[in-house]
Ligand binder design. Structure first.
Ligand code: NAD
Ligand code: DAU
Length: 341
């Protein structure tokens, strides 16, 4: 089977492609990515000579380009994915996350093929107690979450209206190698290593449900192969953590690895103005995915944080090129100009 993977040059997409090619010799991957600021072909280094892998640079909003592609199924990761950017300017989020997804659904409809839509737990909004199940109402709070909720509902509607073979996954916060250093965990690692302040939004007690990217990717592959059409599958690590606790864990690991002064590292923590509309707590119930697809997360959080810190220590050149702006694209230049940096 030749699978069209969108957004394969980003964080989760690139981890997914490596895993899929390694674990499924029966599949080929066609990676479609427009290479926004978050797309980086370095994430896929080594695959250039793999005969079961091909890359096309292109936008999921370009319908003519989409019509020219040959494939048997779609796994759709491409998105604008950063909440803070969506608060500054939601336009690219509407375009890529909603229009782009709708274009892919049209393509799946025309080709009569399966499409797995990668959604997020942020579509449910914030929850004070208990966990979100697949039946929980959608109540997105940020422009990013609203755009993902919209694309998620379009996916559902295309199944209900046109019978498109759609499967939707909603995953919690991912971490691991190749995550762009503007998201919490890689940002804290990179800033701590550079001796820069660590900006903690609000009181640092917001809770996210963290999962290692390799566990998310295995669940997506299972949902793609075994998921029932029209169904939603929650993916989460049963691992709720406060932001401040994670930051301290990262600093402990760095201090251990480098023998650097623990107190000096802790002194970098700086409480800053809260993110507008900041969701207080996410918690997701993955029972359906566990029981129906036979999935469970394999990477423990402490082990996962330690290996992630090790990865960022060993790959300073990768994130150094991103932070210096050496890799920079047009979109990124505009974003940084808006931030005044
Ligand atoms: P990312 O920002 O690292 O990567 C997104 C990729 O999509 C980039 O390679 C980018 O170039 C590409 N892209 C963006 N717009 C495009 C367009 N118009 N056409 C083609 N390619 C385009 O994101 P990520 O963290 O890897 O997330 C991947 C998916 O998983 C997203 O749909 C996101 O909503 C979802 N998700 C992410 C998390 C998380 O914690 N990161 C959790 C749950 C779900
Ligand atoms: O829950 C799934 C979602 O997780 C995905 O759909 C998104 O694509 C992904 O970006 C992520 O969204 P978050 O907003 O939860 O992730 P982020 O890493 O931006 O922030 C995690 C928490 O850390 C959040 O409570 C905000 C806080 N934070 C973040 C940054 C970047 C800080 O306190 N300081 C920071 O500098």
């Amino acid at each position: 089977m030749r699978i069209l993977v969108t957004g394969g040059a980003g964080f989760i997409g690139s981890n997914f492609i490596r895993q899929m090619l390694a674990e499924h010799p029966e599949h080929e991957v066609l990676n479609l990515d427009s290479l926004t600021y978050a797309g980086n072909l370095e994430n896929l280094q080594g695959l250039e000579t793999e005969p079961r892998y091909a890359f096309v640079r292109g936008d999921i909003c370009d319908q003519d380009l989409l019509k020219g592609l040959t494939f048997d199924a779609i796994i759709h990761f491409a998105a604008e994915s950063h909440v803070d950017r969506s608060i500054l300017d939601s336009s690219p989020f509407l375009q890529t996350n909603i229009t782009g997804t709708k274009n892919l659904l049209e393509l799946a409809r025309a080709r009569r093929c399966r499409m797995l839509h990668v959604s997020t737990d942020e579509v449910y909004g914030s929850i004070a107690e208990g966990q979100f199940t697949e039946m929980s109402p959608l109540s997105p709070n940020s422009p990013y979450a609203a755009s993902k909720a919209s694309s998620d509902l379009f996916a559902r509607a295309y199944h209900e209206t046109y019978g498109v073979d759609v499967v939707i996954t909603r995953c919690s916060n991912n971490y691991g190698p190749y995550q762009f250093p503007e998201k919490l965990i890689p940002l804290m690692i990179a800033n701590a290593l550079a001796g820069k302040s660590l900006p903690v939004y609000g009181d640092g007690k917001n809770v996210r449900d963290w999962i290692h990217v390799a566990d998310h990717c295995r669940a997506v592959a299972l949902a793609f192969h075994k998921g029932r059409a029209g169904e939603v599958y929650n993916i989460g690590g049963r691992n709720e953590q406060q932001n401040i606790g994670i930051i301290r864990m990262i600093l402990e690991t760095i201090s251990e690895r480098l023998g650097s002064d623990r107190e000096a590292l802790m002194g970098l923590i700086t409480y800053v103005t809260d993110r507008p509309g900041h969701d207080r707590r996410y918690a997701i119930d993955p029972l359906k995915t566990e029981s129906e697809l036979g999935w469970k997360p394999l990477v423990g959080f402490e082990e996962g944080i330690a290996s992630t810190v090790d990865w960022y220590l060993a790959n300073r050149a990768w994130w150094g090129r991103i932070l210096s702006g050496e890799y920079m694209t047009y979109y990124e230049t505009q974003y940084r100009q808006r931030l005044g940096s």
